[in-house]
Design a protein around this ligand. Structure first.
Ligand code: NAD
Ligand code: TDX
Length: 338
């Protein structure tokens, strides 16, 4: 593989993925296509923007003419689709952009890949397509799809289109489904960076309900190595789950963050629960371990400590975000509740 197209590369996981791929594959060039929504931040890739193996074009994966032009500039061997609307709470406020990008965008992107005969496609999806678990059990690749939020429903619809394109047209796609990521460059609307930056600013931490919902945490670098393995070794038409084998309730996570930051538990504020809030996510990633030779490497203790250090060292990055468009959303989301 010589040229890889990454969509959504200015977001959290996409930017970490591009950095990992450039560092690990000296002969590889990357074309990053990103619409630069509120979540797309070119600062996330400031350190590589002058790399001769990196190119960027701003545009929408639902815009066929843009994709045809950008992907015809030279031969592209594979596409990894990270581009998405990714925040559950925003999908509850307005699901329109989720359907446009996560469903229509995926379909248009696949149509252009078919037209240009691009030989490999990875759809980066989420464990949320499986719905919610009770206290026991794990999501496997065979767990029935049962999304509960507009976000997860839109990701599921995208996945089903990928599945159908493989079945109908032999489209050379694999789907990856990962649990909750954390790490550097995560937008501070997701719980870990939000709570770190609120605590550092002396603001309260809005825990939804009792904080008993469980998430399975994985460091973004482990997820990116999984996407890399699926791209290089995954079998077309297959789904691969990735998870960190690290289940925590939100209140346990919140207390751990406050302890590591040296901040008091009095900052915890229990607020109205998220509507339709999924109780528990937990992943069985044994298929990826078996077939792709992948496994998560970064312990939660090490990963959380390095993530906190990263946010401590990138106050300006957080400030640029919190002083802009995000501030308006935060007021709308939490204004009446803090
Ligand atoms: P993010 O919100 O940080 O980044 C999304 C990126 O996509 C942004 O750069 C944005 O500008 C871009 N984008 C949005 N709409 C676009 C469009 N129409 N055309 C082109 N670009 C567009 O998201 P993330 O957390 O990095 O997630 C990346 C992918 O991984 C998503 O598909 C998400 O569903 C999936 N995922 C995320 C997690 C997680 O914990 N964050 C876990 C599993 C799977
Ligand atoms: O302020 C908050 N308070 C709170 O209690 C926020 C933002 C979240 N929460 C809770 C809700 C969830 O139980 O924390 C948990 C994690 O919430 P998010 O960080 O919003 O993540 P989640 O809804 O679990 O979805 C994430 O993981 C799967 C990503 O945002 C998705 O893109 C990914 O697919």
């Amino acid at each position: 593989m010589k040229v890889l197209c990454v969509t959504g590369g200015c977001g959290f996981i996409g930017s970490n993925f591009i950095r990992l791929m450039l560092a690990g594959h000296p002969g590889l060039s990357i074309l990053n296509l990103d619409k630069l929504t509120y979540a797309g931040n070119p600062e996330n890739l400031a350190d590589i923007e002058n790399n001769s193996r990196y190119a960027f074009a701003r545009g929408d994966i639902a815009d066929r003419a843009f994709l045809e032009e950008a992907l015809s500039r030279g031969p592209v061997d594979a596409v990894v689709n990270f581009a998405a609307e990714s925040h559950v709470d925003r999908s509850i406020l307005d699901s329109g952009p989720f359907v446009r990008t996560n469903v229509v965008g995926t379909q248009v992107l696949m149509d252009v890949c078919r037209e240009l005969k691009i030989g490999r496609f990875v759809q980066v999806s989420t464990d949320e397509v499986y719905g919610s678990l009770g206290p026991d059990g794990l999501f496997t690749e065979d767990t029935p799809l049962a999304p509960n939020s507009p976000y997860s429903a839109s990701k599921t619809a995208g996945d089903l289109l990928v599945r159908a394109y493989h079945h109908t047209f032999g489209f050379p796609a694999v789907i990856t489904r990962c649990s909750n990521n954390y790490g550097p460059y995560q937008f501070p609307e997701k719980i870990i960076p939000l709570f770190i930056s609120n605590a550092l600013a002396g603001q309260s931490l809005p825990v939804y309900g009792q904080g008993l919902n469980v998430r399975d945490w994985i460091h973004v670098e482990d997820h990116c190595r999984g996407v890399e393995a699926a791209l290089l070794k995954g079998r077309a038409g297959e789904v691969y789950n990735f998870g960190g084998r690290c289940e925590l309730t939100n209140i346990e996570l919140t207390r751990t963050l406050l302890r590591l930051l040296g901040k008091p538990e009095s900052l915890i504020r229990h607020v109205t629960d998220r509507p339709g809030h999924d109780l528990r996510y937990a992943i069985d990633c044994s298929k990826a371990e078996r077939e792709l030779g992948w496994s998560p490497r970064i312990s939660f203790a090490d990963g959380l400590k390095s993530t906190i250090d990263w946010y401590l060292g990138h106050g300006e990055w957080v400030e640029h975000i919190r002083s802009g468009e995000y501030a308006k959303y935060y007021e709308q989301q939490y204004g009446g509740r803090l």
